[in-house]
Design a binder for this molecule. Sequence first.
Ligand code: PLP
Length: 395
Amino acid sequence: MIEKRNDWQERLSPRVNAIAPSGIRKFFDIAAQMEDVISLGVGEPDFVTPWSIRESCVYGLEQGYTSYTANRGLPELREEIARHYADEYGCSYDADTDILVTVGVSEALDLVMRAILAPGDEVLIPEPCYVSYQACTILAGGKPVAVPAKIENEFRITPDELEEHVTPRTKALLIGYPNNPTGAIMTRKDLLAIAAFAEKHDLIVISDEIYGDLTYGGEKHVCFSSLPGMQERTILLNGFSKAYAMTGWRIGYALGNKAFISAMTKIHQYTMLCAPITAQIAAIEALRHGEKYMKKMVAEYDRRRHLIYDGFTKMGLPCFEPKGAFYIFPDITSTGYTSDEFAEELLKAEHVALIPGSAFGACGEGHVRCSYATSIDKISEALARIENFLKNHKR
Ligand code: PLP
């Protein structure tokens, strides 16, 4: 008889055991047990999806659109995406071969890593960065290589910094600007230097541009694929969650050359089949008529950005003034707390939830991430509570 084992943890995939649970979720779980919590933790718009987008979905349901779609997504949606990238950035993507509609950028990130990585392949990842980048790389059998970005350089990465981490195993570079968690953006000049670096080392570039529509102070997002010669080697990821307040719909897409997109589609057709038809119908409406609503939301984020930046600066927590996305990343080293301690003590003492910078990579330590995708009133109240915390808890 086979002896019964109960070492379940050891029997899990080593890849799963190699990744830590998200440092973001832990704080949601603590906050969920408390009352009167103001959350600056969630990276999610506080707006409801604009009505015309919701209405298009309702109408689609009334018409009986409830089936699977083509694996790659509805042709009309892919055509709208191709049109959008042609109009906005002068890129030329073929709706039939170069576009895959996914279940959010999250699925696209997972697919891209599984499509391009052989075991042990290295991916350069500027940090601090979104929590999924490392995890998706590891789950696909690759090795994430962190490249610290410096606050002195406004969290922008340079070719010299990347150069220090290149090895013969480096397969790809994964960048995410506007950046979560810092709010940093890269100028055209910065990106041209990165493009030359990618060319020199013949790297695939994965560019997560989910916050591309959320820039402030006259800054215009530069799409990496639009740089000379870059469309060929770039897999561009984008989605509707942030710009159109559509997090719960789970819809995004990947753009790239035929080989990349076919490989990703091959995985997607077995694991996901297709993105939800309801979300795809809504996404068409978002691209066709959603821009005016998106612009209003961006203007509101900008007001909040000023308020929160001034608030932290006045209370003596230095921060880089964010130029994109909806996060600010104040430096809390003067308090004597680690970022984890700061987040936990603040939550317990003042019921304000934010995320320790260490959740976004080791170089995020000494900072905390605050989302300003919440109302002006809540931000004001949170700032008052944080100021109170600083008065009573300085080490
Ligand atoms: N990429 C970045 C940088 C993000 O911040 C997020 C969500 O917070 C995602 C991707 C995931 O987006 P989606 O909702 O499209 O899966």
